[in-house]
Design a protein around this ligand. Structure first.
Ligand SMILES: [Zn+2]
Length: 138
């Protein structure tokens, strides 16, 4: 990839394709789901994509797509993380509690920032009001 602009274009397309492939992997079971995961990872590696919470969807070692039959999910409150055990190969995957909020979709993140901005606005308005009152008193 020669130019940065082209790289960004590639990333947009690659994100779409990765999402499509994971969606397809959900619908099928067994070896064909593994193939979808493999090709999704190939695309992600090529374009330096971050998978985020999608990492919790498949096993890191044998690349099986997790379902309720081939995985076991437990919460670990001591270390504040979710642990997924692959019943195919015994490999464990961890991700922190904080991941669940942020990485599901970009929309939630923007909503959060909007709320924060509103709060900030309220605070600044209150502060300004107080200042104004003080000024008027003195
Ligand atoms: Zn595995």
């Amino acid at each position: 990839m020669a130019y940065k602009r082209e790289e960004e274009k590639f990333k947009v397309i690659a994100k779409e394709r990765v999402e499509i492939l994971f969606g397809l992997a959900k619908t099928v079971a067994g070896e064909s789901a593994k193939e979808y995961v493999k090709s999704a990872l190939r695309i992600a590696k090529f374009c330096n994509l971050r998978l985020g919470k999608k990492k919790a969807l498949f096993c890191g070692q044998c690349l099986t797509f997790f379902s309720s039959e081939n995985s076991r999910v437990r919460l670990n409150p001591d270390k504040k993380r979710t642990e997924i055990l692959c019943l195919n190969c015994g490999h464990k995957r961890f991700y922190g509690y904080g991941m669940e909020k942020n990485t599901d979709g970009g929309d939630e993140r923007t909503e959060g920032t909007k709320e924060r901005m509103d709060r900030k606005k309220e605070w600044t308005e209150r502060k300004n009001g107080q200042k104004y009152n003080n000024y008027s008193k003195s």
